[in-house]
Ligand binder design. Structure first.
Ligand code: VGL
Ligand code: ZN
Length: 354
């Protein structure tokens, strides 16, 4: 039987059980029929799987993916390896489960007390709204999550409250002279560094509501953050001291999410922190560049640089649909998947998870 050109593209449509997918796929790529996939054979499988019009797949990418999947490092993937690791790599690559996290598109950041227009970069936060609405109208995400910055009135980040807590004696800035955007260190305990912002997103106020023009999808999930008075929370996963977690991981896990797309405001603050923590949790992470606005241009550039360095990708919204549907499969995501598979295998081998 003649082998279809890119066999992997149909493998999950044509075969139902994991065993069938593995067996058929393995056979199709085991060209010399010796019962194992060598680098050349596996490299063909990887190339066929990571097709992308936008992102090139280098030999180095393929080598790194191969080596992560080749558990015993003998340069060969046997059927058992393929069932244990290759299958999961293939499944996540071809059939990702995608969530979009829409960060803090709230009145205060758009035309309220912390309007981005008044911040150093002078961005207009409202510009994210039509971009995000178009994304929600046209792209079939498996899950939509809206986050809200949700502070009590006595929150530690408000410049108005700077005299409510003692500042450490070693901190150069004293309460009397502290200005917006300064970073001070409060005594705590625990000692807490805090950038000072104008009072914003006080829970239940107009400023804390999502912008009225933002599309709200039925069945979406919501996550509030920064709810505790003594610690800020830029990330939608963790507070800034990594002491408490929101519900976000649990929600993503419940939906078996593999890929997290982030957008909203502020690029260099809550969007960036959320994207980094998403990577740390092992989600393939995509930041939608034109669906974000930020506070400070240098900090935005730094966020982009670090995120790409850590394995995340940054794309224009026009590229997102093809990635979500699996038509476009960027190499960086394929590599992230291989890392996840290797990590999962290590945790199983060490008896940390079953
Ligand atoms: C944010 C500053 C203070 C954000 C929240 O949502 O990016 N920025 N609190
Ligand atoms: Zn805040």
């Amino acid at each position: 039987m003649a082998k279809p050109k890119k066999f992997v593209n149909s493998v999950f449509e044509n075969f139902d059980s994991t065993d069938d997918v593995c067996a058929e796929c393995f056979d199709a790529y085991d060209e010399d029929r010796d019962g194992v996939l060598n680098y050349a054979e596996c490299s063909k499988l990887i190339s066929d799987s990571l097709q992308s019009k936008t992102y090139s797949l280098t030999e180095e990418h393929k080598e790194r993916i191969f080596s992560l999947l080749d558990e015993d490092k003998d340069g060969l993937i046997c059927q058992e390896d393929f069932r244990r690791c290759g299958y999961y790599w293939l499944k996540q690559t071809l059939k990702p489960v995608s969530a979009i996290i829409i960060i803090d598109v709230q009145n205060d950041f758009i035309n309220g007390s912390l309007a981005l227009q008044n911040c150093p970069a002078g961005h207009d936060g409202v510009e994210v709204v039509p971009v995000i609405n178009h994304i929600l109208d046209t792209i079939p995400f498996d899950l939509v999550v809206y986050t809200k910055d949700w502070h009590p009135d006595n929150h530690i980040s408000f410049i108005e409250n700077v005299k409510q807590r003692p500042i450490t004696t070693s901190c150069k800035i004293k309460a009397e002279e502290a200005k917006v955007y300064d970073t001070v260190e409060f005594d705590g305990p625990p000692k807490t560094e805090q950038k000072l912002w104008p009072k914003h997103c006080v829970n239940g106020t107009w400023g804390s509501e999502l912008h009225p023009d933002l599309k709200i999808v039925e069945g979406a999930s919501y996550v509030n953050k920064g709810c505790h008075s003594e610690v800020d929370s830029y990330s939608a996963f963790w507070d800034n001291n990594k002491l408490t977690q929101t519900d976000l991981v649990r929600i993503l896990a419940k939906h078996k999410v593999t890929d997290v797309y982030v957008c909203g405001v502020a690029y260099d603050v809550c969007v960036g922190f959320t994207a980094f923590h998403s990577l740390e949790h092992g989600f393939r992470t995509v930041l939608i560049d034109d669906a974000c606005r930020g506070v400070d241009n240098d900090a935005i550039e730094e966020t982009k640089r670090k995120l790409m360095e850590s394995g995340g990708i940054i794309v224009h919204s026009s590229k997102v649909k093809a990635i979500v549907t699996g038509e476009d499969r960027p190499s960086a995501l394929g590599l992230q998947t291989a890392k996840n598979v290797a990590l999962a295998r290590e945790l199983v081998n060490r008896g940390i998870v079953k």
